[in-house]
Design a protein around this ligand. Structure first.
Ligand code: C2E
Ligand code: CA
Ligand code: CA
Ligand code: CA
Length: 271
């Protein structure tokens, strides 16, 4: 057993070393990418029941000189592990506020809201509230146009502190959405305490909403929960008209997904 234990240990050492090397290579590359301004935002529209655009979600991309357009799934994790999520998150906020300032110039989109994803580390940073307010002030944007998307797991730690931060920003007009809703373990009483404006039904429940009764039940529960708590509900990952119809019939009034448009540069939102 002992020798096997040693082999097992060696095996893990090698694979862990390989993972650590890959992580540190990516970290170095990301640092350079931040210096070289390779990160940008794509925007995905959010529409109402009539199909009118209500705004968009900002989704970060890495325009890498060799790798092409890198999706966030390939670097957000490492950014969180290395602390690079802090400068990256600041950049995302700055770019989002610039975009909002641009929309504010145009009657057709002056009312749009822009949702920005916030990771746990960013939100927990002591300077977070001030950073958001500074980004808004610097771009001279109405805080009511900005929505911050938080996840349940982020809000599980230090709930009082989280609520205080949310309230400080909400007092200025910033709105909050609970992202990927249904994937965590929020209780109703907990949810009631959070100063939220919106719930986003996770796309994992939308995907099979027509064929999986459990997913349908969860989607409908979230819609009902939103209604009883006075919160907007957005269904994300809507790809087919049939999914939209089902969700609409069950009371959902806001939609996001490939059916309405893929994430794309800001100019594409107008078509
Ligand atoms: P998320 O916040 O749940 O964002 C929705 C993801 O679903 C996006 O992937 C979007 O492109 C994708 N999506 C939208 N509509 C559809 C659809 O109809 N079908 C399918 N299959 N997928 C759809 P993306 O852009 O790759 O982002 C992945 C995740 O990375 C995001 O999930 C979010 O958690 C994170 N992320 C993205 N941008 C940022 C950012 O600026 N900051 C932070 N902290 N995280 C970000
Ligand atoms: Ca999101
Ligand atoms: Ca989501
Ligand atoms: Ca997600």
């Amino acid at each position: 057993a002992k020798s096997r234990g040693r082999n097992t240990l060696c095996f893990f050492d090698a694979s862990m070393q390989a993972a650590a090397n890959a992580r540190s290579a990516l970290e170095t590359d990301m640092r350079a990418g931040l210096q070289r301004d390779e990160f940008l935002l794509h925007y995905q529209r959010v529409v109402d029941a009539q199909g009118a655009v209500l705004g968009a979600e900002a989704l970060v991309r890495w325009q890498h000189p060799q790798r092409g357009m890198v999706p966030p799934g390939e670097f957000i994790g490492v950014a969180e592990q290395t602390g690079l999520i802090l400068p990256l998150g600041q950049l995302v906020l700055r770019l989002a506020c610039q975009q909002l300032a641009c929309w504010a110039q145009d009657k057709a989109c002056a009312h749009w809201t822009l949702a920005v994803n916030v990771s746990a580390q960013e939100f927990r940073h002591p300077g977070f509230v001030q950073q958001v307010l500074d980004a808004l002030a610097h771009a001279q944007v109405d805080p009511r146009q900005l929505k911050l998307e938080l996840t349940e797991s982020l809000l599980l730690h230090d709930v009082e502190e989280c609520i205080a931060k949310m309230q400080a920003l909400r007092a200025k007009g910033v709105r909050f959405a609970l992202d990927d809703f249904g994937t965590g373990y929020s209780s109703l009483s907990y949810l009631k305490r959070l100063p939220l404006d919106q719930l986003k039904i996770d796309q994992g429940f939308v995907r099979d909403v027509l064929t999986d009764p459990n997913d349908a039940a969860i989607a409908c529960t979230v819609i009902g929960l939103g209604r009883s708590l006075g919160l907007d509900v957005v269904a994300e990952g809507v790809e087919t008209a049939a999914q939209r119809t089902f969700l609409l019939r069950n009371g959902c009034q806001r939609f996001q997904g490939y059916l309405f448009g893929r994430p794309a540069p800001a100019a594409a939102l107008r078509d």
